[in-house]
Design a binder for this molecule. Structure first.
Ligand code: GYE
Length: 321
């Protein structure tokens, strides 16, 4: 009985504290972030998801995470459900660039700020989102192109290139292609003889490379893959065709994930251009700023480098993804 009374007293005190200090209860309220992820198509994406989940936990932000399995319709559904749940902030990595205006207008009408991470949208109305944080994909394509131009500077005849594109309509596929072409077009010896999507996955990268090899075989001098996973799939196809990756065919890819470093250390991949997936901490700090009424810069750029095969062994222990 005595214990019971003590409990009652504590409850009563708790109640009166909350009603006397409404600000106190407010400060304790967690920020709720709805995040719609592209999928789990690559090593890059897995590292990105991990970074976001960890950073949310570290920042004390409640994360509602949704995986769209590389389908825009699933992302639109997830965003609508975040709006219905009245989350504080919505963030997402748009699988493709176009077709977002309607759902973004719905978020705006509900007064929920939107942050784009990793990939951008091509909406004309930039007031539909607060900020876009992520890499400069055109520059990544240029870095790949510059590395190739330098590597082949003494080559006299044609350089036949096959290209494995990322997801059709996605910002990184469009921009990496553009940046690469911008650089190689300076010399007509560089010829892109085939270009097809491998949807950023190992399985598709392998499958499409098999088809390239069947069609052109020994004619192929260079593979430019828009990400490491497709390059890793293609390496298997090249080996199965009895050729030597990185020797018979020069291979360039993008991301700089651990799998790429392992391939470089095994002498099977020539170079990987870095694209960092570790966007979690900067996303959480932008979310906190927005909630505090501050406006983050419209564009938050990720800094990144390039890793040729010769640097792989020294860099590998420092890699975080
Ligand atoms: O390069 C690829 C992933 O959007 C930058 O998506 C990202 C790309 C990354 O599937 O591996």
């Amino acid at each position: 009985m005595a214990i019971h009374r003590r409990h009652l007293t504590a409850a009563a005190v708790g109640l009166s504290l909350a009603s006397m200090l409404p600000g106190f209860a407010q400060a304790q309220k967690k920020i709720v972030l709805g995040f719609s992820q592209v999928g789990a198509e690559s090593e890059w994406r897995t590292a990105n998801t991990e970074s976001i989940k960890l950073a949310a936990a570290d920042a004390g932000i409640e994360l509602k995470f949704s995986d769209a399995q590389q389908k825009q319709e699933n992302q639109i559904k997830a965003i609508r459900s975040f709006i219905a749940q009245k989350v504080d902030v919505i963030a997402f990595s748009p699988v493709v660039e176009s077709g977002w205006d309607n759902v973004l207008r719905e978020a705006k009408a509900a007064k929920i700020p939107v942050v784009l991470t990793d990939r951008s949208v091509n909406s004309k109305d930039t007031s539909l989102y607060v900020t876009f944080m992520g890499s400069d994909f055109v520059e990544e394509g240029r870095k790949a192109g510059r590395w190739l131009v330098d590597k082949m500077k003494d080559q006299k005849g044609d350089v036949n290139i096959v290209e494995l594109q990322g997801t059709v309509g996605s910002a990184p596929a469009i921009d990496r292609k553009k940046g690469f072409e911008e650089i190689i077009k300076a010399d007509s010896k560089f010829k892109v003889i085939r270009s097809q999507t491998g949807d950023f996955t190992r399985a598709k990268g392998k499958e499409v490379m098999e088809a390239f090899l069947k069609a052109d075989g020994k004619k192929i001098n260079v593979l430019f893959a828009h990400n490491d996973d497709m390059a890793i799939g293609a390496i298997q196809a090249i080996e199965e065709a009895g050729m030597k990756p990185a020797k018979d065919i020069t291979i360039i890819s993008i991301d700089g994930v651990k799998g790429a470093f392992e391939a470089m250390m095994a002498g099977k991949l020539n170079v990987s251009v870095e694209c960092s997936p570790l966007l979690g901490p900067q996303l959480m700090s932008a979310v906190k700023d927005i909630q505090a009424g501050k406006t983050p810069p419209k564009r938050i750029l990720t800094k990144e480098g390039i890793f040729p095969m010769e640097t792989a062994a020294a860099e590998f222990p420092k890699r975080k993804y």
